[in-house]
Write a protein of this length. Structure first.
Length: 407
C-alpha cells in the first residue's frame, strides 16, 4: 500500500510538474489555504478580503519568472495588458481621490488568475480540511461564542454581526454573514467540480454538501440563500444529470426547506434576514427590501455606475468616481429618495471600475467572460460575485473562472 501511495504521489507530481516539498510547492499549499480562507490573515488589515493570497501569488509568479518557468497564455497576457492600460485612465482635469483598494483590485485579480491558470489544481484534501475547519469553528461559535469570537477577531478585520441567534446569522471566519454565505455557495460549486473530476468519493461529497448547506442556513443571509437557489437552478438545467434525478432532487430540497421554514415560524423563532427577504420576494413584494441597507448598497452602486456611463460613456476617470457618484445622487430624485445625503457605497469593485472607465471597463469584463475557459455556470457565478457582492480581489471569482471543463 505504501508503495502504491508513493507511486500515486509521484504520478501527481509529474502531472503538475511541482513537488509538494519544494519551496514553490509549499507556497502553493499555503496559497491554496489562503484562497479558501480569503477573509483571514495572521495580521489582518482594514479590508474584508485580506491580501495574503495575492501576495503569495505574486511571490509564486516571481519565482517562476526568475527560474524561467513562467508560462503565460496569450489570452491572459492580453487581459493583463488591458488591465494595466485601464488603470492609466485617470482624468487629469478631475480629482485625485482614488480608493486604492478598489482601484488596484482588478490587477490583484489578474495576478491570481495567472497562478490559477498555470500549473495549479485544487487539492481535494485541502478543500475537505477547509470545510471541516469552517464547520468546526461554526460549532465553536455556537457552543462557546465569547471564546471563538475573540479568536476570530484576531484573524479577520472585525466581526460585524455577533447576534447570530437574532435577525442576522453567523459569519464564521468572515466579517459578515452575507460574505460568508456567498463564499459557501462558491464552495458548493467547487464541491461539484471535484466530484465531477472524480477527486471526491460519494461519501465525502455528500458530507461536504450537507456541512455547506448547514452553514448557509446558519448565516440567515439573503445573499447566501438567493445564491444557493441560483446554484440549484443551474443543477436543475444540467443535462449531464438524469432528468428524473434533477427534478426529484430540486423538488425535495424546496419541499424540505418550505416545511422547515413553516415549522420554525410556528415555534415563534426569529427566522432571520435571509428568510425575511426570500418571503418578500416570493410574495412578489419589494416592500421593505429598500430598507435593507446591504441590498440597497449593492443595487444603488450598480445603478449609479450605469447611470453615469449613460452620460460619460468612457467613465469619469478613477480620481473622480465618488465625487461624481454623489453629484448624480443629488440630481436624481429617485436615488435621493433612497439614499438621501448618505454616501454611495460601491459594495463591489465592478461598479467602481465601470464608473471610472465606462465602456473600456465593460470591454475588459466582456473579454474576461469570453477568454476564460470555465463552464458557463462558473462564469455566471463569478460575474454575479463581481457585480453585487465582492471586491475584484475576492479569490473565488478568479478560481471559478479558471475551473477547467471535464474532457
Amino acid at each position: 500500500m505504501a508503495m502504491i501511495e508513493g507511486l500515486n504521489r509521484i504520478r501527481q507530481e509529474n502531472q503538475t510538474g511541482i513537488s509538494s516539498f519544494t519551496l514553490e510547492g509549499i507556497l502553493l499549499g499555503v496559497f491554496q489555504f489562503s484562497v479558501f480562507f480569503p477573509f483571514v490573515s495572521p495580521v489582518p488589515i482594514q479590508s474584508d478580503v485580506q491580501p495574503l493570497g495575492g501576495l503569495l501569488a505574486g511571490v509564486i509568479l516571481a519565482l517562476r519568472f526568475l527560474s524561467k518557468k513562467l508560462v503565460v497564455e496569450k489570452r491572459n497576457l492580453f487581459l493583463l495588458l488591458y488591465t494595466f492600460l485601464l488603470l492609466c485612465f485617470i482624468n487629469p482635469f478631475g480629482g485625485f481621490e482614488i480608493d486604492y483598494g478598489k482601484y488596484l483590485s482588478m490587477l490583484y485579480g489578474m495576478v491570481l488568475l495567472l497562478v490559477f491558470t498555470s500549473e495549479f489544481e485544487i487539492k481535494a484534501n485541502f478543500f475537505f480540511l477547509s470545510i471541516l475547519i469552517y464547520a468546526g469553528f461554526t460549532v465553536g461559535l455556537l457552543a462557546m461564542p465569547n471564546l471563538f469570537f475573540n479568536i476570530q477577531d484576531m484573524l479577520i478585520r472585525n466581526t460585524n454581526s455577533v447576534d447570530f441567534l437574532g435577525y442576522r446569522g453567523i459569519s464564521t471566519l468572515s466579517t459578515e454573514p452575507g460574505l460568508f454565505g456567498g463564499l459557501l455557495v462558491a464552495f458548493a460549486m467547487i464541491n461539484d467540480h471535484l466530484k465531477s473530476h472524480n477527486k471526491l468519493s460519494n461519501v465525502k461529497f455528500f458530507l461536504l454538501h450537507i456541512l455547506i448547506l448547514f452553514m448557509i442556513l446558519l448565516t440567515k443571509s439573503g445573499t447566501g440563500y438567493l445564491y444557493y437557489v441560483v446554484f440549484l437552478g443551474f443543477k436543475l438545467f444540467d443535462n449531464k444529470i438524469p432528468f428524473i434525478q434533477r427534478v426529484s432532487g430540486f423538488s425535495l430540497v424546496v419541499i424540505l426547506t418550505v416545511l422547515l421554514v413553516i415549522y420554525l415560524g410556528s415555534l415563534g423563532l426569529n427566522l432571520g434576514r435571509g428568510i425575511d427577504i426570500i418571503m418578500k420576494l416570493s410574495e412578489g413584494s419589494s416592500g421593505g427590501l429598500g430598507n435593507d441597507s446591504s441590498i440597497l448598497y449593492r443595487l444603488s452602486g450598480f445603478y449609479v455606475s450605469f447611470l453615469v456611463m449613460s452620460v460619460y460613456p468612457f467613465g469619469v476617470g478613477f480620481g473622480d468616481v465618488e465625487t461624481t457618484a454623489q453629484e448624480f445622487v443629488y440630481e436624481s430624485e429617485f436615488l435621493f429618495s433612497l439614499l438621501g445625503n448618505e454616501q454611495v457605497h460601491f459594495t463591489s469593485a465592478f461598479s467602481y471600475t465601470v464608473m471610472g472607465a465606462g465602456l473600456l471597463a465593460v470591454g475588459l469584463f466582456f473579454s474576461i467572460f469570453l477568454l476564460t475557459k470555465a463552464k458557463t455556470k462558473h462564469k455566471a457565478f463569478a460575474f454575479i460575485f463581481m457585480f453585487f457582492s465582492y471586491s475584484l480581489a475576492f479569490p473565488m471569482i478568479w478560481l471559478l473562472l479558471s475551473l477547467k471543463k471535464k474532457k
